[in-house]
Design a protein around this ligand. Structure first.
Ligand code: AMP
Ligand code: MG
Length: 356
């Protein structure tokens, strides 16, 4: 059920990106050019990283670019999956020590940087907590407070020894486990863009479970149109962003959750409590040329809540922009993208802080 729902979201996102959606009317002039675009378009759908993905590339090198990207995705999936017993991460988690490949090291380094910069809202060591709630196996349960207190002792990055030079990792507390799921898709979409670039694809996009990253513009020079899912309304969008050379990555409790006694428990954990983050945000979309940063921040800012997330943006406005949707049904957009975001709902603009 959940998978089907995510698939719908991906399809919608990619259709809009390819400019072929009926939900957004395009002018006839653009339709004419779009037909020319179609001729040089290569697409491929695949399932990896527990997610439906759609790759699109334009031009004569499209097929080569997409094949390179697909190989890269499968390779990263095989290294990073917590659920595949032979992956680097699963081996590390099982043995409490291991040596990571270059890609995995790069992701872990970024994860630890974000952990520090977000005051721990992003934490790549939440896997014991994810397991306690049953997310990896879908055998859901609600752990009690004392169990969570015990498990939180396993999430302190100070207890992980990591050498980026050699790739060696070890845990000094037994039971610690790594989970790069909050950041891996952003790294992967960056990697897809690299594959496109080295195959001389200058126009293309990838949608990984609704997270979108684009290279260049559409072949006719127009911007990509990326629809941002409404967290409460399956068939509706918060708005549409026009963009180029950018990642547009969303985190929301609606993406993965279970319900018990009418309460929804989602998959983004607050590292301070070990419980699903109970902030005033229903979804966070990060827009940045840097996919891995966008992915890490979408998770972290969701945990922070609107006030802290706003302050974080205000002190990092040069690296990303954001769309927030809150529990009181208000849509916020940061000033950097106000001119390229068409909101479907009344929307408040978050301004940069005026320096005293
Ligand atoms: P995302 O959809 O990018 O927000 O990532 C959510 C995934 O990241 C979850 O399914 C977990 O695997 C992992 N995760 C959950 N909570 C956190 C957190 N606070 N920091 C980092 N990763 C997390
Ligand atoms: Mg994320």
């Amino acid at each position: 059920m959940l998978r089907r729902w995510i698939f719908v979201t991906v399809l919608c996102a990619s259709m809009l990106c390819c400019g072929c959606s009926e939900q957004i009317a395009e002018s006839s002039a653009i339709d004419e050019t779009s037909a020319a675009n179609e001729e040089t378009k290569t697409t491929r759908d695949l399932f990896a990283m527990d997610t439906y993905m759609c790759l699109t590339a334009y031009g004569e090198n499209g097929e080569a670019g997409i094949t390179a990207a697909e190989n890269c995705i499968q390779d990263l999936d095989a290294r990073l999956s917590t659920g595949n017993a032979s992956s680097e991460i699963a081996q590390l988690n099982a043995n409490g020590t291991g040596t990571l490949s270059e890609d995995t090291c790069a992701i872990l380094q970024e994860a630890l940087t974000l952990q520090r910069e977000t005051d721990g809202a992003f934490n790549p060591l939440m896997y014991p907590i994810m397991q306690a709630w049953g997310f990896p196996t879908q055998e859901y349960r609600i752990p009690d407070a004392s169990e969570l207190q015990e498990l939180l002792l396993l999430t302190d990055p100070e207890n992980m020894q990591f050498s980026p030079e050699t790739g060696t990792v070890s845990f000094s507390v037994s039971g610690m486990e790594l989970d790069l799921g909050g950041i891996a898709k952003g790294y992967t979409s960056d990697a897809v863009m690299d594959c496109f670039r080295s195959s001389d694809v200058t126009s293309g996009m990838v949608s990984l479970g609704g997270n979108v990253q684009t290279i260049g513009t559409k072949p006719d020079g127009s911007l990509w149109r990326v629809a941002i899912q409404h967290p409460d309304k399956e068939k509706d969008f918060l708005g549409v962003l026009e963009t180029k050379d950018c990642a547009v990555i969303t985190s929301g409790g609606y993406e993965r959750y279970f319900e018990e006694n009418g309460v929804r428990y989602h998959h983004i954990m607050d590292p301070a409590t070990g419980r699903p983050a109970d902030s005033d945000l229903l979804s966070v979309t990060i827009v940045s040329p840097n996919g891995i940063l966008a992915d890490g921040l979408s998770t972290a800012l969701f945990v922070m809540g609107l006030e802290q997330a706003t302050a974080y943006w205000q002190s990092h406005a040069e690296t990303f922009d954001a769309v927030f949707y809150t529990t009181d049904e208000t849509l916020y957009v940061t000033a950097g993208i106000q001119d390229c975001f068409s909101a479907n709902y009344p929307c408040e603009i978050i301004q940069e802080e005026t320096k005293p």
